[in-house]
Write a protein that binds this ligand. Sequence first.
Ligand code: HEM
Length: 518
Amino acid sequence: MAFVAWIGIIVIIWILFKILSSTDIPKINGLPEAPGWPIFGSLLQLGENHSLALSKLAKRLGPVFQIRLGNKRIVVANSYDSIKELWIRNQSSLISRPTLYTFHTVVSSSQGFTIGTSPWDESCKQRRKAAATALNKLAVQSYMPLIDSESYSAINEILKECEDGRIDINISPHLQRFALNTSLMLNYGTRFSSSFDALLKEIVEVEAAISRFRSTSNNWQDYIPLLRFFSTKSSEANSYRLRRDHYLEILLGGLKKDIANGTERSCITGNILKDPSAKLNENEIKSICLTMVSAGIDTVPANIIYGISYLSSAHGQQIQERAYQEIQDVYPDGDAWEKCLVEERVPYVTALYKEILRYFTVIPMCLPRRSISDIDYNGVIIPAGTLFYMNAFAGDYDENHFIDPYTFNPERYLGDVDGTPHFAYGAGSRMCAGSHLANRELFTFFIRFISAFRILEPNDPKDAAILDAMKANKSLTALVAEPKPFKCRFEPRNKKVLESWLEISRKRAENDEHSMRD
Ligand code: HEM
């Protein structure tokens, strides 16, 4: 009898073990698997820094392997070639996105999903199309006056604060405002006039918090349904959702009022709202607004801030001098300030921002995908419905593709460059829709900044920037890297000339303002 009882207990334990270790997709035959525990899968091994932990596993298991996180089975790609194979050659299969509990059920329950978090369906297709039209080359050129006035105002503020390079300053607030204003102007035709505006602070804080709910490493309840009963995350996420709803209402309400009064600026949402043929309903319009506000809010400033942090170092100063010389060679008469708005003709500065994008890869674990059809990967059949994670940081530091990847070297992007220079914008069918706009923002900013200032190390060495991309990230569990605080000095190269450039941009912004009101 006792023997039968023991058998019964063993069978129950075995069944429980099987249930707790089961996954949405069964084990994929032929693909290496990372070790894991019942219930948790590999969550415990991955810790806070998923990108780094997965890179270490890849050394043992090879560039592509399967991993179990709670009850989800995920295929992870960790090398340049494997990402290209899966994300680009199989892009029609990898066109969808998964829905994850925290972000999709709690954070997004009122304003809908952003484009970047929407599974592929007819509505997502329409929204992506509308966003892509509003972000194509021609459209982006028409937004350059905004980038002109926003970069003018950031540089003007820094000039006022820098005391000709004598004091150490923290430039983050100026650059966050630059990026946020650009997003808000593009989307709603509105802007903040001071870097310390309360609503600006609110938006930056809430978007950063929501970015943490979107990370692959911070939300165990996405993978372990049992935790949803105990987690305090849901109420936290809910409170950020309410705060976000509040400012989105203010922004959209303001634009609708401006349209009613005929005082609106030309902007993406305004154009959609006024276009009777746009086949988008209210929720889809809100989704696009949410996408535009959130997409560039942390990614663009993170790249600019990291870029400046590197340039302030001893090695960065050599890079600055080379960039300055190259700008002088193309524009010997000092008209780079103006010409950068209409053309991208300084290859070294283009190479510089590409290297910033690669070196800092501010979304180290790219936004997740879900496959909609089977994929044959080197003879292994990965079934439709599988989750895919791109370890973009690992791809961008792949020694088999990039020579000396840990060295910051813009020259790697001079001359003939592969069509996929890096994975900072992801890749394939759902690659970043705003990459052209972001590139233009980065180019304009660095041309103007390097023409305006010598960026120098701080007087106090303890405020110096950290140059290792991973170590310089304050928030490893967030979706988007957050630069750790640092200070540097800005010495105007030629104050008189700089003031004359600033005056031209200021006058132009003022005229725009007047012609809009007339
Ligand atoms: C340097 C700045 C930026 C970086 C590093 C960046 C990076 C990314 C990445 C990694 C993705 C996911 C791509 C994938 O799954 O393969 C993405 C998606 C997206 N980004 Fe960006 N982004 C930036 C700026 C912007 C801006 C300024 C906008 C628009 C105003 C924008 C709009 C979008 C949209 C709409 C998607 C979703 C695409 C889709 O799911 O179909 N991004 N971005």
